[in-house]
Design a protein around this ligand. Sequence first.
Ligand code: GLN
Ligand code: ZN
Length: 755
Amino acid sequence: MTVSEHAPFTATVLGLPRVGPRRELKRATESYWAGRLDAEQLHTVARDLRRTQLTELLAAGLDSIPVGTFSYYDQVLDTAVLLGALPERVAGIADPLDRYFAAARGTDTVEPLEMTKWFDTNYHYLVPEIGPETTFALHPEKLLAELSEAIELGVPARPVVVGPVTFLKLAKATGGAALDRLGELVPLYRDLLRQLAAAGAAWVQIDEPVLVTDLTADEIELVRRTYAELAEASERPAILVATYFGTPGDALPALASTAVEGIALDFTAALDLSAVASLPSLADKLLVAGVVDGRNVWRTDLDRALSTLGTLLGSASSVTVSSSCSLLHVPYSLEPETGLDEKLRSWLAFGAEKVTEVRLLATALAQGTEAIADDLAAARAAAESRTADPRLSDAQVRARLDSLGPDATRRAPAEERRALQAQRLDLPALPTTTIGSYPQTSAIRLARAALRKGEIDQAEYVRRMRAEIADVVALQEKLDLDVLVHGEPERNDMVQYFAEQLDGFAATENGWVQSYGTRCVRPPILFGDVTRRTPMTVDWITYAQSLTDKPVKGMLTGPVTILAWSFVRDDQPLADSARQVALAIRDETVDLQSAGIRIIQVDEPALRELLPLRAADQPAYLDWSVGAFRLATSGVSDATQIHTHLCYSEFGEVIDAIAGLDADVTSIEAARSRMEVLDDLNAAGFDLGVGPGVYDIHSPRVPSVEEITTSLRAALKAVPAERLWVNPDCGLKTRGPVEVEASLRNMVAAAKAVR
Ligand code: GLN
Ligand code: ZN
């Protein structure tokens, strides 16, 4: 089988968003969970969304369209279902949809799969569990159904699956290395290929983003063998292996040496273009060139993209224009963003606009640049207006940053701080606290919506938020927690909250991006230099403190997280943007301290997420990210206790950096990954305060006192009592008030029992 037997295609994207342009799928899914919709109604909403999307992409002129990237929750979980690899504990749930959601979210009796970040993005996938009891079996029904649905619409459908190497590398394996199971998966994928071909697929896309991470020579050889074997299958579609989020390095020649027909590369990453262009084994392949950034929102520099494409033209049998990765990571369309300033808007491209860019570039490739002359001119004009914009450079902020000396990132030694703080705070052993947010009740959401629509004024909004704060403070006093929080009712999304108050950021109205399951976020857009106009949190926190004698933690978000969860500038190094944000946060900590706040938490849940995928790039990142955190937190006195919070993922690789943050107390997600993190911290010589999350807030389950007691006892084996804090593993905003109260009551009881 050669690629010429399959029509090469010219314009595509690697995957599609699925929550719906107005988050229709989110709403329907949550209604299904609440029992307000039945499965049939949910499927109908999903099917309508897929059909509309496919029809639009067809009309936009893509000649190969990904199918099967739709998901009710997560594509990795879908792959686990495809391969028959759901854990045994959900097997008893007869209804397939409920079984699926049980694996995703847990039930009263079943723990969900762990969730962690998808490479260096803010999307979370569910971690497949593979054990000796796992017997793989192919269940291609979902993919086949979506394929035939697309074919019926006349769509040139290209089914997409997560590849076997990525699937296994991302899985959590017990009883042997996950990759040892590759031999069992290859026949299933071959069978799948056969069925997809029979169903009419000319191409299949197999996603192997793991190829852009550091792989050993043995692993690369496994990749080669796997794809050589898949390519040997006699009945199959042409195979496109997709890599993204970076460069495949040595895995590229290995992959190219196999008989797969196509390879997708991310040309927005620092890829060595000449090395790709001169790779002889690419000569007979379709090269899918990801020149349109699939994970940031800037308008593509069409001239540069065309020059990249031009360099590639001779090196492959054909070159296809594509997004660099799935469009899952950007909002659907700029169209509803009428609130953005015209200039900024002209610098941007969301999902729909990226599809247009792909189509334009493919047209230019086929017909010459004259064919898109007007569009080229418009893109150039937008780029010029961007570089000339005064908001891109604030002399004052830059001068302030330049004048900072090394003391700006240093506090007194930890023991000195500990003594001062202990005296000032007078907390019991194993102090109990929470991570910051309390449930975002419907009253909160209604108030926010009413303010937005102008139905209530700012004063009324503040009154309602204060009432929420008072409730949350009263609840915490009733539950007898030791360090209180104000509950963050005024923040829908914390990063959005800060970005809205900082100059240099813009907010969208409808720029939703899936974070996990039905949780969507609207990442702000950082386009210019950052300055803080006025205090951002002081009124809320001091109000909460006025209601209680117990210490209330001030709650801020750290510079790395603000950037990680925003669309960032592509015209200066991220490290420079981080220092600007850090300075704004630092000013806020100083204001909180002046207002009498004794504990300030600066959340950095995304510290791990931005870690570069390749080890060689990590030290430089850790250096600037830790530096930015310290810049943000070293402006306060030594008697002010700095907390930080980190969540999701294995912290192994960043453990030294966690110590480097030098926060007096670090709360850390550990409930889902079972306290492993404490051993890692000890091994790194970490000796500051630590609150390993004692229960998992990502599931509605209420943990029992016994369960939490057991975790605390386990934690005490690793951490001395003087350093141990007791807290859930993350904020409580996505949970319901009833389960939160019950869970915290059990948590406090467990802390008291262990004391
Ligand atoms: N303080 C934030 C909250 O409680 C932290 C959120 C997070 O870790 N993602 O919601
Ligand atoms: Zn968290």
